[in-house]
Ligand binder design. Structure first.
Ligand code: NAP
Length: 312
């Protein structure tokens, strides 16, 4: 991985007239991403599960950027009904959507299921974003040129595939393997979606943002105990700052290079370089299998016509 910063906040073009949604934007690299998009004049939705954490983040962005075009959008990726409501709330505004950053995530958490009954790292990191993206897709297409950015992780190397039939078996995988599968899913979703977007001006890419000092370590602490906190404090001295950690997704979301170089279905690493994901991430059959699994799971929960307007 190159450590050269070939992209900085200064390279973000003026985004006047652009509308963006960033999931999990109340903290971490999602917060920085939303803030820098607002600073460059985009109208940004901070899509977060918790009003008590989302609304203060919106106010802080307004204060730090001295701009007002930022709003809270309630989105809990752990519930398909909440995801559907969030998409409907946004669509009811009749706004275009030029940038969708699927950033929210959990990692290393103890085994739990979402309210729809699927293991939660897979459910939050992949299934929720899959539904959210497809419900917003007609608007994203109509707003082209537009971007979809899926925030994955080099943690996807921790798995050799996705064992669909064992996703809900609490003893089948370690917590970090579950994280790895969900992050592999982010890359495979990008590949298959990109295939289905052929002939459009929607640019869909995934990325590893770096190893960054954020609240993501909450998951492993919940899993292993608070004795980890002092160790995390020490090793995180060597981690990237959230500002630097946000650069790769800001590159994917805004850099003119994405369109100039026709970057589609690529996996980026810091700071905006094309990276090399695992062999499994390039498995087109697995990507199709993941798509079908995700679609069927959601149809089973929300009804067969849930994707009737998605046109993919
Ligand atoms: N930090 C790293 O080293 C690193 C490395 C590789 C990849 N990543 C990826 O980068 C992304 C951002 O992570 P981060 O490091 O900034 O972590 P973070 O500080 O923990 O932020 C994660 C965000 O996701 C939100 N979120 C979690 N569960 C959600 C749900 N059910 N519905 C909606 N939002 C939810 C959180 O909301 P709450 O605040 O309400 O919990 C928070 O806003 C993740 O996808 C992560 O996998 C991070």
């Amino acid at each position: 991985m190159s450590s050269e910063k070939r992209f900085s906040f200064d390279n973000i073009p003026d985004l006047s007239g652009k509308v963006a949604i960033v999931t999990g934007a109340n903290t971490g690299i999602g917060f920085v991403t939303a803030k820098e998009l607002v600073r460059k004049n985009a109208h940004v939705f901070v899509a977060s599960r918790n009003k008590d954490r989302g609304e203060p983040a919106v106010e802080l962005i307004k204060k730090e950027t001295k701009k007002d075009a930022v709003e809270f959008l309630q989105l809990d990726l752990k519930s398909l009904n909440s995801v559907k409501r969030a998409a409907e709330t946004f669509l009811a505004r009749n706004l275009p959507l030029h940038i969708l950053v699927n950033n929210a995530g959990i990692g290393g958490t103890p085994f739990e299921k979402t309210s729809d009954g699927i293991q939660d790292q897979f459910g939050v990191n992949h299934i929720g974003h899959f539904l959210f993206t497809l419900l917003l897709l007609p608007t994203i297409k109509a707003s082209a040129p537009s971007r979809i950015v899926n925030v994955s992780s080099n943690g996807h190397h921790r798995t050799t595939g996705i064992e669909f039939e064992k996703l809900n078996d609490p003893n089948a995988h370690t917590s970090m393997q579950r994280y790895g599968q969900s992050k592999l899913a982010n890359i495979l979703f990008t590949i298959e979606l990109n295939k289905r977007l052929l002939g459009t001006n929607v640019y869909c890419n995934s990325l590893h943002p770096g190893v960054i000092k954020t609240e993501i370590t909450r998951g492993v602490v919940a899993n292993w105990g608070t004795w980890l906190n002092p160790i995390i404090s020490i090793i995180s001295l060597f981690f990237l700052s959230p500002d630097d950690g946000a650069l790769t997704q800001l590159y994917c979301a805004t850099s003119p290079e994405i369109e100039e170089k026709n970057h589609r279905g690529k996996y980026f690493v810091p700071f905006g370089e094309v990276g090399e994901p695992s062999a499994q991430s390039k498995d087109e059959e697995l990507a199709k299998k993941l798509w079908d699994f995700s679609e069927n799971f959601i149809k089973e929960k929300l009804g067969d016509d849930i994707f009737s307007k998605s046109c993919v």
